[in-house]
Design a protein around this ligand. Sequence first.
Ligand code: ZN
Length: 222
Amino acid sequence: MPLKDLQKRKEYTKQYREKNKEYFKNYFETNKELLKEKRMKKPQEYNEKIKKRKREYYQKNKDEINKKKRERRIKNKDKINEYNRLYYQQNIEKMREKSRNNSKKRRLSKRDQLNEYHRNFTKRLRCKLRLEALNKISNNDLKCINCSCIDYELLEINHKNGSGKEDRKKYNSTDITFYKAIIDGKRSIDDLEILCKICNILHFISFKYNINKHKIIYIESS
Ligand SMILES: [Zn+2]
């Protein structure tokens, strides 16, 4: 094999390509479709391999490639602008349709983003207010007053005399306003207490059916 040395061979190929630049360019241009077909016929793994190699090469030489791209764009600014102008004129309907679609997509995605932001904001606010309200009711000793459960996710505000329904109606069932009323002192906490979900059910049952035969024990994990 001529030029066993890889470096030399690379150099030679580069020179050869440079010398026959026009030929290669023409060849690629005229056989574009054929080459594409050929490529598609190759096994899937081969294409994946090439893609992977390209990706790796790009990641490794990212800065250089982007710098060159930028330079090329600046150098050929007029040419690119002229090409774009011509292309737009020739495909005016297509381009208009595209821009309409794009702006619609942007509008929708912005709305989604806003909704997402709002949802997250409300979620965070609710978490913060819930903690504050629970702390106020428990006088900063946050646990279930029945079984001493301290698992925060399980703790709830219980209405001692079962007036939860009225509160839900009054505060439009959004807990944020309810928590706020508690924190601001607009809602008295005399009839409120902290219970875990399980004790809350027990409280509900004993309140509704007057059954007082159950006991809940919370086992603290060691
Ligand atoms: Zn409990």
